[in-house]
Write a protein that binds this ligand. Structure first.
Ligand code: MF3
Ligand code: CO
Length: 255
């Protein structure tokens, strides 16, 4: 079921979104060579606590997961695309890191992600990150009243394919509100003009993630959470929580 939010509820999600932006900013600032991923998670926990927020990631257990998610951020390095668990790994120069974070504040959730390199990017990483960000921008631009979910999918997918990248439809965007994952699902490729009509008050996370090798194939790591590219190529992810309003799309996780 799709829940349409009132303007007051959209404001509440924006407040959670500011916390998410703060978490991502701190993670990015701390992500230097030698730092362990678990230290980024610890820093994220401090930001959430200081804001009076909790994490919708911590202990989350969707059907596909064998164990509850053990952290408040996802840290996906290089060929890890999504849901990397922050562990003892120490970041190295040139690593491509995607950080995904959520916050629950006063019962409302926001969800966002960024990708960047630790120090100067390796060949291809700068382009992969830029194209992923461009796909997010294009997807957000399509989130207008009167459009359809398929318009967002098509906009995101067109940018990814133009870049030559692999796109899995297994995990994509989603409704956001009282819980992190609500209807509708928003695949990262698809046909314009299809799917649910977009109306003011719809709040969605738009989250392109692309694979540099060009294959659409992924696999689940033995840890039961980390999604990796099947071909071992690198992946990048970008995400914002966005409200569809009469005046167009509004980013709620901008900080
Ligand atoms: N933005 C990610 C998603 O929508 C967040 C996953 S959180 C986790 O899938 F808890 F499942 F890791
Ligand atoms: Co999400």
């Amino acid at each position: 079921m799709v829940e349409i939010k009132t303007p007051g509820q959209v404001d509440a999600i924006r407040a959670a979104g500011r916390v998410v932006a703060g978490v991502l900013a701190v993670a990015r600032e701390r992500a230097v060579p030698g730092v362990r991923l678990a230290e980024l998670d610890a820093a994220a926990r401090e930001v959430l606590a200081a804001a009076g927020a909790t994490s919708p990631f911590l202990h989350y257990k969707p059907k596909f997961a064998p164990v509850p998610y053990p952290a408040v951020i996802c840290t996906s390095v290089n060929d890890a695309a999504l849901h990397g668990i922050p562990d003892g790994y120490r970041l190295a120069p040139g690593d491509l890191l995607s950080v995904d974070a959520g916050a629950t504040l006063d019962g409302w959730v926001a969800d966002a992600a960024v990708s960047f390199t630790v120090g100067p990017p390796h060949d291809g990483d700068a382009r992969l990150i830029a194209v992923t960000q461009e796909a997010l921008r294009a997807g957000i631009a399509a989130a207008v009243p009167g459009g359809r979910i398929g318009d967002i999918s098509a906009a995101v997918g067109a940018v990814g394919r133009a870049g030559g990248y692999g796109i899995s439809t297994d995990l994509g965007g989603h409704g956001v509100g009282r819980s992190m994952h609500e209807d509708p699902h928003i695949p990262n490729r698809g046909k314009a003009g299809r799917g649910m009509r977009l109306v003011p008050g719809l709040v969605i996370a738009i989250e392109p993630w692309f694979m540099a090798g060009g294959s659409d194939q992924i696999f689940l790591d033995d840890d039961g959470w980390t999604i990796r590219t099947a071909d071992g190529s690198r992946a990048a992810h970008a995400e914002h929580t966005v409200a569809v309003t009469r005046d167009g799309p509004v980013i709620l996780t901008a900080g």
